[in-house]
Design a protein around this ligand. Sequence first.
Ligand SMILES: Cc1cc2nc3c(=O)[nH]c(=O)nc-3n(C[C@H](O)[C@H](O)[C@H](O)COP(=O)(O)OP(=O)(O)OC[C@H]3O[C@@H](n4cnc5c(N)ncnc54)[C@H](O)[C@@H]3O)c2cc1C
Length: 553
Amino acid sequence: MTKPIILTVDDEPPVLNAVARDLRKHYGNDYQVVKAGSGAEALAAVKEFKQRNLSIALFLVDQRMPEMSGIEFLTETSKLYPEARKVLLTAYADTAVAIVCINSIGLDHYLMKPWDPPEQNLYPILDDLLSDWLATVPTPYDGIRVIGTLWSASCHNTKDFLSRNQIPHQWLDVEKDSEARALIEAANVGQGRLPVVFFPDGTVLVDPDNRTLAEQVGLRTQASQPFYDLIIVGGGPAGLAAAVYGASEGLRTALIEKEAPGGQAGTSSRIENYLGFPKGLSGADLARRATAQALRLGAELLTAQEVTGVRVKDPYRFVTLSDGVELSCKALLIATGVSVRELDVPGIKTVTGAGVYYGAAVTEAAHYKGEHIFVVGGANSAGQGAMFFARYASKVTMLVRGTALEKSMSQYLVDQISGTENIEVLLRTTVVAVTGQDRLEAVTIKQIDTNKTETFPAAALFVFVGAAPHTDLVAGLVERDERGFILTGPDLIREGRRPRHWKLKRDPFLLETSVPGIFAAGDVRHGAVRRVASAVGQGANAVALIHKYLETV
Ligand SMILES: Cc1cc2nc3c(=O)[nH]c(=O)nc-3n(C[C@H](O)[C@H](O)[C@H](O)COP(=O)(O)OP(=O)(O)OC[C@H]3O[C@@H](n4cnc5c(N)ncnc54)[C@H](O)[C@@H]3O)c2cc1C
């Protein structure tokens, strides 16, 4: 841990050196003594220390300096380090001004020059102030700090990306935290753009994209080689399971994930029905365990890389990444899953990410402590979301199209919801409009049977309304159903006939698509049972079938 700083400022070099010498002699073991020859030089150093989140315990500053007086300097630095102790070095003539500053800037002490002997005139005073500082100062957070506002889609994205990739960070709300505002001002970055992300090494990123963030925090974004036995697209449960089995069974395996490993399951607040976890486990926990397991067994994981296209040149399959790089493999597994469908109602686009969220958005839940929030949807994911949000919100209203929750939700969740006092379920209702400019303010809901509409103030709206598959990357290459889900194995055999361009003298394997050597697993498949366990099972099974395929090429 870095030592806290004592900063001393004086424009007269002999005095400055003498103060620094005396300070180092007495405090050098516990503090880093930094000296500066002018207010401007010292202010620049303070700003840098703040960016690196270093602690300053004490300022010992000469009052009479050209350009910036000691008091002016302390006024500026108080915005960044309000808790640091402030001592002014004064001449006899300055005492009146120093006394005024005790009130105006919270000056802790003024010392008359010269202070010799320091054992008598300097150390006892500073000892007292430093022990006071030590007793009250909060331990500095020495990790990544994200400064932003709740009401911004890009701030939500940065927080969500870091959380889902299990990167610890501290969130500071610029609207509530004056120090956060001062830090942005001092760093002179952003010019109004948020979020601003401060890293412990001093790097500052303004509204970064996921790839830049991933690279800065040390996640792998580039492949180590151009060719693999198996490339898996999508790091949800299906892709992660395939990575574990592929790598452990000797295949050179790369998994490419555009956001964060864990997929939809990674956003779940609690998965209660996955075998072997009687108390349930959070999606984040499952994602962390599976990722560690896949890496340990030798799979390569690329994060913040999207596969935008797939082509075939036998015997190889090629994927194009969003940065234009092309990788090739013998066998390809598409495990790209689904996303929650967007709700198409007036006003929603303006406040998406600023009160309206798709899916669980667990990172946001805690911000709605004591507020009234709405959940749209009646399936298990909506039920889990409602249970999770009910821990924070004063009231959660579920808007469900159906006539009974039991029709679309597992009974254990229905029971939990009916036993939770602050969850209200409105059946046969739907959202018809959303209002708010910078943030969500209200939702208008309609009773389906009576067409009656009503508008309620709302702090947040979490949407869980059905799923759309991520299959654009193979559009026109592999056969899909009318909703875009990928057809595999027996689904491709129609009236006893194999797919149109299929040239092999065998039927497609169970999880094989209409292109030999390209497989699909998990929610992205037509007719898939959308559960963690079935995605995991299919990921594992796909690898067994890939071995069979590889024997034939
Ligand atoms: C909130 C919520 C709670 C749930 N709770 C449960 C539960 O309790 N129990 C249960 O059994 N099931 C639950 N489910 C369902 C379960 O999570 C899914 O069935 C499962 O995650 C599907 O896994 P998958 O690997 O097929 O796809 P996904 O989990 O959807 O993962 C697909 C991954 O592919 C990535 N991807 C997509 N396109 C590309 C591309 N072009 N390039 C690179 N990467 C790409 C995505 O970013 C994503 O990470 C829940 C789902 C949600 C949303």
